[in-house]
Design a protein around this ligand. Structure first.
Ligand SMILES: [Zn+2]
Length: 206
């Protein structure tokens, strides 16, 4: 890289460090190590956004409000995706109505719940929206949900996801949008009760 870019060792090191801080690469130390290109993860964009949200004085209450809108935009576009086969493939894992069981491990449950929303975003046919609109949910998951046991909401979420998956598959955008609004509002309501007065706190930078 020193040869390719014609820069000093110091500049290269600083450049790599900047990319590492942004979550775009990871650097393995030691022999055989080096920079490894990471994936484009909305969580990293979300993490950086929290610095701006914090400095702007944005509150968790505002974050939840934005999250509802973002998920509604994504699901509306997903249901309007003209490629029915793509809609069917993305929704297939969520159409059996079985979902995760209560006794399943917390980590698996969280992963599966997140996976459903990632699948919806992937149907939105716009990479800017796909990436930007997912950041709010990722910040919520990182700041709020992980401090609780989301299995409490399990029954509600599994049922919501099944209905949403059916609406997306059928291409019913208005119905999907309204279901999504109820779904995210339901989670937000639960979190608000748990979070109490902290809903008016500034979003933390982390
Ligand atoms: Zn969900």
């Amino acid at each position: 890289m020193l040869e390719q870019y014609g820069v000093s060792r110091e500049s290269l090191r600083e450049g790599l460090r900047l990319l590492e801080v942004q979550g775009l690469i990871s650097i393995r130390r030691g022999p055989g190590g080096g920079p490894v290109v990471g994936t484009v993860d909305p969580s990293n964009l979300g993490r950086i956004s929290t610095l701006y949200f914090h400095l702007a004085g944005a509150t968790y209450s505002e974050l939840f409000e934005a999250w509802v809108l973002a998920e509604c935009v994504l699901v509306d576009r997903a249901a309007r995706n003209p490629d029915r086969a793509a809609r069917a493939a993305a929704m297939a894992p969520y159409l059996d109505g079985d979902g995760a069981h209560e006794e399943e491990e917390l980590e698996k449950f969280v992963r599966e719940h997140g996976g459903f929303h990632i699948a919806i975003a992937s149907l939105a046919r716009n990479r800017v929206l796909e990436l930007a609109m997912q950041t709010m949910g990722r910040i919520v998951a990182h700041h709020v949900a992980v401090t609780d046991d989301p299995r409490v909401m399990h029954g509600l979420i599994a049922d919501d996801h099944l209905k949403l998956a059916r609406a997306i598959l059928a291409g019913h955008a208005n119905q999907a949008r309204s279901l999504m609004e109820d779904h995210i509002q339901g989670i937000a309501k639960y979190s608000r009760e748990r979070f109490g007065a902290r809903m008016d706190d500034f979003i933390e930078w982390r």
